[in-house]
Design a protein around this ligand. Structure first.
Ligand code: UT7
Length: 340
C-alpha cells in the first residue's frame, strides 16, 4: 500500500440567485428578523428554484472546480457526493452529477453523514488517493435543504439555505502542502435529535407518514446546540494534538455554519481570536454539506487563506456525527464566479 500526501488542488461553488431574507420569512411565519439574527446570526439565505435538485447545484460547483484545475471530466477516477438532501435514495446523487458533467466511467457514490458529510467525504476521497487506488477525485458537498423543510415550522425553516461546493483532490505536488490529518466520530445515542424520519426502510412512505409530516427534517435544536458546542472543541483539540500542532499554529478556523452562537462559543473555548475564525452564516444560513467548502472558497478568494497557511475545518450534524480536518494549503485554484 502506498501512502501519498493529498492536496486540495481546486475548488468551485454555487449558490442559487434567489435570496430570502428574515423579513421575507416573517411575512408567513410567526418570527422576526430580530429573533433569527440574534438567536442564530442568520440574515438571509439562498433558496433553489422549484425543479432544481441537489445534483443541479452540485454539477455547477463540480464544473467550476474542474475548470479551475484545468481537468477534464473524463480524467476523474471517482466522485463522492455528501448530502442530506440527495436527489433520490438511489441511484446516487454522485451518479447524477457524473452524468451532468460528462464524467462517464468514473466511480460515483454518496456518503451520508448529514452536515458532517463534507469532512467525511474529504477523508474518504483522500484515502482513495493516499492508498494509490485513485489519482483524481472530486468531492462534492451539496444540499437543497429547502426541499426537506416544513415551511410552516419556524423552529427549522429559518435556519437553512441551499448551496454546493466541490473540491478536486490530487496527489500533493510538493511535500509542504496537503491534508495533514482527520478526526472523525459519531454518537449513535443522538440519532433521534436530528433526522428525516420517513421514506426509508425504517418508516416507509405512506399516506400516514405524509399526513403526519414525517418527510420533513426534524430537529431538537437545544440538544444539537449543546452537542455542537462541546464536540467542535474536543474534535479540534484532538486533531491538533494527534498532529503535534496547537491552536496558535492554525491560520484560519472554519467551523460548520449552523449558528453564530455555536461558532463564537467554540472559538472562545479553543482560544481563537475573531480574525482567525471564518463565518459567512449571515448571508447563507446553514447550507449543510456545502457550508465548509463555501467558507473555504471565500477564504481563498479573500486572501484569508494563502499558500502555506494551515486551515482547521470542523463539522458536526445528524448521527450525531462530527469531523475535523487539518489542511496545509498549497495554491488552491478557484473559479471566479459563484452565482449562475
Ligand atoms: O447543521 C445541523 C445542526 N443544527 C444546529 O446546529 C442547530 C443547533 N441549534 C440551534 O442553533 C438553536 O437551538 C436554535 C437556533 C435552533 C434555537 O435557538 P434556541 O436559543 O435554542 O431557542 P429555543 O429552541 O430554546 O426556543 C426559544 C424560544 C421558544 O419559545 P418559548 O418556548 O420560550 O416560548 C421557541 O418556540 O424561541 C421560540 N422560537 C422562535 N421564535 C421566533 C423558536 N424558533 C423561533 C423563530 N422565531 N424562528
Amino acid at each position: 500500500m502506498q501512502n501519498r500526501k493529498v492536496e486540495i488542488a481546486a475548488i468551485g461553488t454555487y449558490v442559487p440567485d434567489r435570496i430570502v431574507t428574515n423579513d421575507d420569512l416573517s411575512l408567513t411565519l410567526d418570527t422576526s428578523d430580530e429573533w433569527i439574527s440574534t438567536r442564530s446570526g442568520i440574515r438571509e439565505r439562498h433558496i433553489a428554484e422549484n425543479g432544481h435538485c441537489t445534483s443541479d447545484l452540485g454539477a455547477v460547483a463540480a464544473r467550476r472546480a474542474l475548470e479551475a484545475a484545468g481537468v477534464r471530466p473524463g480524467e476523474l477516477d471517482l466522485i463522492i457526493t455528501a448530502s442530506l438532501s440527495p436527489d433520490m435514495l438511489f441511484p446516487s446523487t454522485a451518479s447524477f452529477i457524473s452524468g451532468l458533467i460528462g464524467a462517464d466511467g468514473a466511480a460515483a457514490f454518496d456518503l451520508s453523514a448529514a452536515c458532517t458529510g463534507f469532512i467525511y467525504a474529504l477523508a474518504a476521497g483522500s484515502s482513495f488517493i493516499a492508498s494509490g487506488q485513485s489519482e483524481t477525485v472530486l468531492v462534492v458537498g451539496a444540499d437543497v435543504v429547502s426541499k426537506m423543510i416544513d415551511w410552516s415550522d419556524r423552529s427549522t425553516a429559518v435556519l437553512f439555505g441551499d448551496a454546493a461546493g466541490a473540491v478536486l483532490l490530487r496527489p500533493a505536488a510538493s511535500d509542504g502542502a496537503g491534508i495533514v490529518g482527520f478526526e472523525l466520530g459519531n454518537d449513535p445515542s443522538g440519532t433521534g435529535e436530528l433526522s428525516l424520519p420517513a421514506g426509508g426502510s425504517r418508516l416507509p412512505a405512506s399516506a400516514e407518514t405524509v399526513a403526519e409530516g414525517l418527510h420533513y427534517l426534524k430537529m431538537n435544536g437545544r440538544e444539537v446546540f449543546k452537542f455542537a458546542t462541546r464536540i467542535i472543541v474536543s474534535s479540534a483539540r484532538q486533531v491538533l494534538a494527534e498532529n503535534g500542532l496547537e491552536v496558535g499554529d492554525v491560520d484560519l478556523f472554519i467551523p460548520h455554519q449552523a449558528n453564530i452562537r455555536i461558532i463564537d462559543s467554540a472559538a472562545r473555548k479553543l482560544g481563537f481570536p475573531p480574525e482567525r475564525v471564518f463565518s459567512n452564516l449571515d448571508r447563507y444560513g446553514n447550507t449543510s454539506c456545502a457550508s465548509i467548502p463555501l467558507c473555504l472558497d471565500e477564504a481563498v478568494a479573500g486572501g484569508r487563506l494563502q499558500n502555506g497557511d494551515l486551515a482547521l475545518m470542523t463539522g458536526f450534524g445528524a448521527g450525531l456525527s462530527w469531523g475535523s480536518c487539518l489542511v496545509r494549503c498549497g495554491e488552491i485554484k478557484r473559479a471566479g464566479e459563484r452565482d449562475a
